[in-house]
Design a protein. Structure first.
Length: 78
């Protein structure tokens, strides 16, 4: 399972998502997007409703933020 966490600095939700993955022993790649213009361009690629960090992808499928990650892990039996 490949997990990528797109995050930004000083983001409590980002930190919670990373802690959740670490607590379950799930390896992940973190890509930090602190530049505002880069972040806005990233949101555009994700879809019209995306306006927050973190954005988490599992096997190249966007599951969303922290709540989406929690739901995806339940579905995957993690």
């Amino acid at each position: 399972m490949q997990i990528v966490v797109y995050s930004k600095s000083a983001c409590p939700q980002c930190d919670s998502a990373k802690k959740l993955l670490a607590s379950r022993g799930l390896p992940f790649e973190e890509i930090r997007i602190d530049d505002e213009a880069e972040r806005l361009a990233f949101y555009e690629k994700c879809g019209p409703s995306v306006r927050q960090m973190p954005q988490i992808f599992i096997n190249d499928q966007r599951v969303g933020g922290l709540a989406g990650l929690q739901a995806a892990l339940v579905q995957l039996g993690q």
